[in-house]
Design a protein around this ligand. Sequence first.
Ligand code: STX
Length: 383
Amino acid sequence: MSDLAHLDGILYPPIEPYETGELLVGEGNRVYWEQSGNPDGKPVVFLHGGPGGGTSPWQRRFFDPEAYRIILFDQRGCGRSTPHASSPESDLRHNTTWHLVADIDLLRRSLGIDRWMVFGGSWGSTLALAYAEAYPATVSELVLRGIFTLRTHELEWFYEGGAASLFPDLWEEFIAPIPVLERAQLIEAYHRRLTDPDPAVHVPAAVAWAKWEASTVTLLPDPELVASMTGPADATAFARIENHYFLNRGWLREGQLIADVGAIRHIPGVIVQGRYDACTPIMTAWDLHRAWPEAELVVVPDAGHSASEPGIAAALRAATDRFARNGGGAGAGVDVGEGVGASREFAAGSASGASSDVASGVGSGAGSEAGSGFASYAEASQA
Ligand code: STX
C-alpha cells in the first residue's frame, strides 16, 4: 500500500527510516528491519499481520516520530525478508510462531534495547501475546488490535465457512479453486495447491486466498487494499505462510494465549477492536479482556478489522500517544484525564467524525472488575 493519504489528519505524517538492516536468524533466513523516528525515543516494535503480510511504510505513522524509536521488521519469508516464501528455495519448516518469537527477541538484543512497547494487530496481536508471554520482562506496554488467537473456532469462522454467511459472493470466489469433494476441509485443500511447485497451480490459489482476506477485512470495500495484496509474489508468500501456520494451529495448545495471560497482566495494555470485524470477530477480544481485565478494551463501533480504517487508526494513535507521555506506568495503562484530552485531538481529524472519543468511560485499571476498562466510542461520545 501507499502512504494512505486518507489517514492524513489521523496518523502522523509519512517518514523515512534512519537505518535499515538484515538480521541473520538462522537456517539461511535474513530478516529485514528498519528504524525510524527518534533514535533516543521510546522503543516500539511493530508486528505485522497475516502471518506473511509484511510491513508497509504507512505503518510507521501510528507513532509520534519525536517520541518514539520505531522498529518495523518483516517476519521470516515475507516482505523484504529472504528467502521469500514465493520462491522455490523457500522452506517453511523453520518458520513457526516460536521461530518468530525468538527472532523478535534476537532483534531486540541486537538493537541494544532492554524493554520495548509491542504493537500488533490481527496475527500481529497473536504474535505479540506469544512473545510477551514468553518474554514478559522485555515488554513495557502492549497495544493490540483485531485480536486473533488461532483457536479452532476462529479459524473455522474465517476459512471453513462461518464468514460465508456475511460474504456469500466473495466466498464463492474463495472456494472456486477447490473441487467440490475437497471443500469440507478448505485449509487442507488449499495446502495441497499452495505447496504445488507449479505456478499454474499455486498462483491462482494464492490469489484467491489473499483476495478473500483483503476483501473482507474492511467495513467498506477497499479496492486499493485488495490490489496491494493480490500481486502474484506477495499473494503467494502471504497465502503459503498463513496456510502453513493455520494448518498447524500456530504450534499453540488450544486456547493457549488467553489461558496464559496471567504472565502479562501486569503490563499496561490497550486492546482496540472493530465492532464489525468479520475476520477476527470481537468475541476473541472480549474473551481476552475477560481474562485480562486490567487492559483497556476500546471498541470502535463503525469499523471492521483493518488498521487502515479511520476509527481503528485513531484509537491506535490515541493509545501510543498516551503511552508516549506517561511512559506506561505500573499497573493499569489507563490514564483517564490525559486519555480524554488525547481523544479530542483526534475527533476533529477522524474521517468518521462522530465516533472518536477514545479513552473516556475507562475504569481506573488495577483491581477493577472485568467489564470496567471498557470503552465504546459510541457510548463515550454520547456521554
Ligand atoms: N489473518 C489475519 C491477519 O493477520 C487471518 C490479517 N488479515 N489481513 C491482514 O492481516 C492484512 C490485510 C493487514 C495483511
